[in-house]
Write a protein that binds this ligand. Sequence first.
Ligand SMILES: [Zn+2]
Length: 447
Amino acid sequence: MTMQDDAYLKCINPQCGLEYTIKCINVQCENGHMLDVKYKNIPSDNLKEVFYERRNSQGNIFDESGVWRFRELLNFCQIDTENIKECSKYLVSLDGAEGRQSKPYQMSKVAKFVEISNECLLLQPEGYNPSGSFKDNGMATAVTHAKMIGAKKIVCASTGNTSASAGMFAANEGINCDVYIPAGQIAPGKLSQAYQFGAQILEVDGNFDDALKQSLEDVQNHDGYTVNSINPFRIEGQKTIPFRALEYLNWESPDWIVYPGGALGNTSSCGKALMELYEWGWIKKIPRIAVINSEGASTLSDLYNGKFEGEELRWNKGKPNTELISRYYDHLDKEGIRPKTKATAIQIGRPTNILKGLRALEFTNGIVTTVSDSEMLDGMSVVGLNGFDCEMASGATVVGIKKLINEGIIKKDDVIVGILTGRQKDAMLPVDYHSNPKNKFAKPPKN
Ligand SMILES: [Zn+2]
């Protein structure tokens, strides 16, 4: 069944609400607001059975893929999703590997550490994606849209996971990839995957925000396709992270879904997924989202919790106080405050998706808190003791859950899904952690 004109783009600002065709490549409406991918059709919840059966994929990479297994819920290509030839023509996949190994696990040592029963805590490692992070979920859909509109080059600003994922997909599709970075500020090792996959690195004077701005301007002026999470199609693929968790729970909502907070693409996509599933009647209860910022990069926490000018920033039914955000950013500039954490994946001062993130928090009655670098290292390390590999930013999920349980915000019998966003790419972090006997889980070398 082909559903022509089912999918379109719509501005997220309800007072503006401009709409565009699905082949539009602008990442914002003409008034500078962000866009959503929208679907007119309501997918039947009989698809729950179809998704489950696809796990026995019988050699079909689109059923094997943890992203495209759910293709009816992100069918912006408006194809016949049961026609494999048509899927092959449109859908971009790393041979079905994106999202394939991601599902929730119980981790007893983590449960003990956060002081909750083992059955209540589920952690979903996204680090087993081909490029090593959750980014492959959204990159599969963004590059699918890039291919749909005939782009020959994808472009991102990134200091790590995004460039690795973009580079891998570009190499696989035989298209070019430009990666913008702030000159002189990035340890070359963080870009080793981008180099490996043949991406072109472009150095920009200034900070990460300047690199992103330059990349967006260059895409406007030349041909190229932006794959940072400002791109609404990235958000579509990232919806499959909560889809996989919910499917594991037989579509019975957990009480909480917990993410580290950086650019807030994950928060935004989880919120959009839950909004759609609830609207379609697929879920009856709305899980609460908890976002865990690093203390050193706490823009969302500061604004959401009223730590700047005493006002608690809210989506406010589509009328957020954006001037408060601007004044906060001016304050950061004026005081020379730069985001600072060893968890570089969430070292972000100006979260691109802050408005979509606020919308997600409002819909889910969400909360935001912060954790320190040393807490995150403990979180990362205790995940390792269960035989799972995760990056430092993912440790925020674990210690954020611990903090919220201690504060009584998460109840002892609540069901929690925590997302571990990526695998370890900084070889020295665990070595340094375990070499210092003062660290909680350290096992220093003996001689
Ligand atoms: Zn608009």
